[in-house]
Design a protein around this ligand. Structure first.
Ligand SMILES: [Zn+2]
Length: 70
């Protein structure tokens, strides 16, 4: 079979998520075709975990995920 091409995500483009920093939970930058915002599963959209800003979504309560999936 063909050898797999594991393309590591190269330099992320700056996403204007909250403070200009991409959230770790973001699959892509907002507005990317084939992606959409979703409620952060870590903080359930509250943006906080244990009283601290959610590290998954950077406290935005939302993440950008690829949709459709194949
Ligand atoms: Zn979160």
């Amino acid at each position: 079979m063909t050898s797999r091409d594991d393309q590591a995500s190269e330099g992320r483009q700056a996403s204007a998520s909250l403070s200009g920093k991409p959230a770790p939970g973001d699959d892509a930058t907002p507005g990317t075709p084939g992606t959409g915002e979703n409620v952060c599963p870590e903080c359930r959209g509250t943006g906080k975990v244990g009283g601290n800003p959610c590290p998954h979504c950077s406290g935005s309560g939302k993440i950008v995920e690829g949709i459709g999936g194949g």
